[in-house]
Design a protein around this ligand. Structure first.
Ligand code: KIV
Ligand code: NA
Length: 265
C-alpha cells in the first residue's frame, strides 16, 4: 500500500474516484479504520461529544486534540490523518493559528489540519499554509459556531448564505487549501460547489454530487443511538450488540459461569 497524500486526493477528484473519510480518536479504532481501506482519517473535534460527552465541540482543548491525534497517527499506515484545530486556537489572530497548527504537526505527527470558516479566517489559513502545513477547509454547518446559528439545522438554504458559501469555497481554493468539508447543506448547492472548484469537496449531509463522504465512525457503527439525522446511514447496531454482550458478561460473573475450568490457571 501507498500512503495517501493531499496530492492523491486531488488526483482522485481528477479521475472521478470518490474519497472515503471517517473520524477516529484512538489507536484501536484507527487501526481498524485504516486497515479497512479508508482514504482519510479525521481526528475531529467531535471527540468533544463522542469521547468526552460534552454537548458541543467548544470545550475540547488543543492538548486533548493532540493526545487523540497522536494515538491515531500511531495506528494509520495508509490513511492521510487530518486533525481539527479546536475552537479558540485559531480565530483570534494568524500567529496564534500558526502556533496551534505547528503544535499539532510537531506533537501529534498528523499530516494536515482542518479549520472551520471562510473569509473571516483567511489570514490564518494563509499563515499556516506558508509554513508548509496542508489545510482542509470546513463550510456550511460549522459546529464551533453553534451559538451563533442557534440550531444544528441545514445551512445555506437561502440565496444569500448560499452565495457566501460559494464565495468562501472559492477563497479556500485560491488560498491553497487541499480540500474542503461541506456539512449539512442542500445537495444541489454542494454539487455546484464541487463543480466550481478543482480541490476535493467532502460532504456530510451534503448529498452525492460531491467528491467524497465523511461520517463520525461511532455514528455509522451504531454505537451512538440518540443521534438520528437524515444523512446518517448506520452500517451496524453496535449499541445493541455491545449492550447484549455486556449484560451477558454481568450475568456470567454473577452466576459464576465465568471463568470456567478452561479460563483459569
Ligand atoms: O469533527 C468532526 O467529526 C467533523 C466532521 C463531522 C466533518 O468535523
Ligand atoms: Na469538526
Amino acid at each position: 500500500y501507498k500512503r495517501i497524500t493531499t496530492k492523491s486526493l486531488v488526483e482522485m477528484k481528477q479521475h472521478g474516484e470518490k474519497i472515503s473519510m471517517l473520524t477516529a480518536y484512538d489507536y484501536t479504532m484507527a487501526k481498524i479504520v485504516d486497515a479497512a481501506g479508508i482514504d482519510v482519517i479525521l481526528v475531529g473535534d467531535s471527540a468533544s461529544n463522542v469521547m468526552a460527552g460534552h454537548e458541543t465541540t467548544l470545550p475540547i482543548t488543543l492538548d486533548q486534540m493532540i493526545y487523540h491525534a497522536s494515538s491515531v497517527v500511531r495506528a494509520a499506515e495508509r490513511a492521510l490523518v487530518v486533525v481539527d484545530l479546536p475552537f479558540g486556537t485559531y480565530q483570534s489572530d494568524p500567529k496564534e493559528a500558526l502556533r496551534s497548527a505547528i503544535r499539532v504537526m510537531k506533537e501529534s505527527g498528523g499530516h494536515a489540519v482542518k479549520l472551520e470558516g471562510g473569509k473571516e479566517i483567511k489570514e490564518s489559513i494563509k499563515r499556516i499554509l506558508q509554513a508548509g502545513i496542508p489545510v482542509m477547509g470546513h463550510l456550511g454547518l460549522t459546529p464551533q459556531s453553534i451559538y451563533k446559528f442557534g440550531t444544528y439545522t441545514v445551512r445555506a438554504k437561502e440565496e444569500e448564505e448560499a452565495e457566501k458559501l460559494i464565495e468562501d469555497a472559492k477563497t479556500l481554493e485560491k488560498l491553497g487549501c487541499f480540500a474542503v468539508v461541506l456539512e449539512k447543506i442542500p445537495a444541489k448547492l454542494a454539487k455546484k460547489v464541487a463543480e466550481s472548484i478543482s480541490i476535493p469537496v467532502i460532504g456530510i449531509g451534503a448529498g452525492n454530487g460531491v467528491d467524497g463522504q465523511v461520517l463520525v465512525v461511532h455514528d455509522m457503527l451504531g454505537m451512538t443511538h440518540e443521534f438520528n439525522p437524515r444523512f446518517l446511514r448506520r452500517y451496524m447496531n453496535l449499541y445493541e450488540e455491545m449492550s447484549t454482550a455486556i449484560s451477558q458478561y454481568v450475568d456470567d460473573v454473577k452466576s459464576v459461569d465465568f471463568p470456567n475450568e478452561n479460563e483459569q490457571y
